[in-house]
Design a protein around this ligand. Structure first.
Ligand SMILES: [Mn+2]
Length: 305
């Protein structure tokens, strides 16, 4: 077994997960913390997201009634947090991230990862690797913002540019469905409309489960990138760039449950932009933990009790 990149063990681990450093029998999904917020534009703090998510997970059940599966069966592993390079900039983070994703691939093989940020740019190495590996990849992008800016704050690797970089890397057969988008300049909405690979689902709750049902019935690989500011502000205030309106967690859970029950392989996922300094009640961390549970099940974790 190849060695994983340097990791700081999770303490505590995500609820129901075992702490591991490499592939183990029976593991069907691996949580990897990416405590990086060097690309944040407005309010930093997302680097504390992975720890807060794990602590909050103690207050949720391992059983998910919508999917009808339980995470407490040993099928989820928590690999801890990646040890970042000192003082990463958006550019050096992406270069470092490419190497680290290759190391994770070697250590965990085909077991899919849930990357927990961190700001949205923390997920970029995982997203770009999935785009390169799967030419017909389908990406479900849940977010308040299109993240389609060419550059932001002087870098093309800002969290405001994540989906622009994904579209650069994604092949002509790829597809991105963006759900919950409700804020941004006109140019971002125009870019989404003009790219035939983009399916703008709008901010309505029913659109995501309908799309997920369609994708789940297919055979193409699916990746889910979930920015917590896509969720209803009342359920998820603790993010760096909060935006009124948004998707109910219940709708997101329903969409992910359809992927979990479906035939299409979900090959990777990320959960980003939980910012604990902006979550004094801790409620957003609990929302994030619930979303993480649903994502882990979409990746294939959990068995019927
Ligand atoms: Mn985003």
């Amino acid at each position: 077994m190849a060695s994983p990149p340097p990791m700081r063990p999770a303490d505590p681990a995500f609820v129901g997960a075992r702490s591991i450093a490499g592939a183990e029998d029976g593991v069907r999904a691996v949580l990897v913390g990416v405590p990086y917020d060097g690309a944040v534009s407005y309010r930093p703090g997302a680097s504390e997201g992975p720890g807060a998510l794990r602590r909050a997970s103690d207050s949720i059940e391992t059983y998910c009634p919508i999917v009808g599966r339980d995470l407490g069966d040993g099928s989820v592993a928590d690999a801890g947090d990646l040890v970042l390079p000192p003082d990463p900039t958006p550019d050096t983070f992406v270069t470092w991230g490419r190497r680290v994703v290759a190391q994770l691939d070697a250590a965990f093989g085909s077991v899919p990862r849930l990357a927990v940020g961190g700001d949205h740019a923390a997920a970029l190495p995982f997203l770009l690797a999935a785009c390169r590996r799967y030419p017909d990849l389908r990406i479900l992008h849940i977010d308040a913002h299109g993240d389609l800016r060419e550059t932001w704050d002087g870098t093309p690797w800002s969290h405001a540019c994540v989906m622009a970089r994904v579209l650069d890397a994604l092949g002509p057969e790829g597809e991105v469905a963006s759900w919950g988008i409700r804020s941004g300049p006109a140019e971002e909405f125009a870019r989404a409309r003009s790219d035939p690979r983009v399916v703008p689902l709008g901010p309505t709750a029913a659109a995501g489960p309908a799309l997920a049902a369609r994708w789940a019935a297919g055979r193409r690989p699916v990746y889910v990138t979930l920015d917590l500011d896509g969720l209803a502000l009342g359920e998820s205030t603790g993010t760096g760039t909060p935006e009124p309106g948004g998707l109910p967690l219940a709708a997101v859970e329903e969409a992910l449950a359809r992927l979990a029950r479906g035939r299409a392989p979900v090959v990777g996922a990320d959960l980003v932009e939980l910012s604990p300094p902006h979550d004094p009640s801790g409620a957003s961390a609990v929302t994030a933990a619930r979303a993480a549970r649903a994502l882990l099940m979409a990746l294939g974790a959990g068995t019927p009790p």
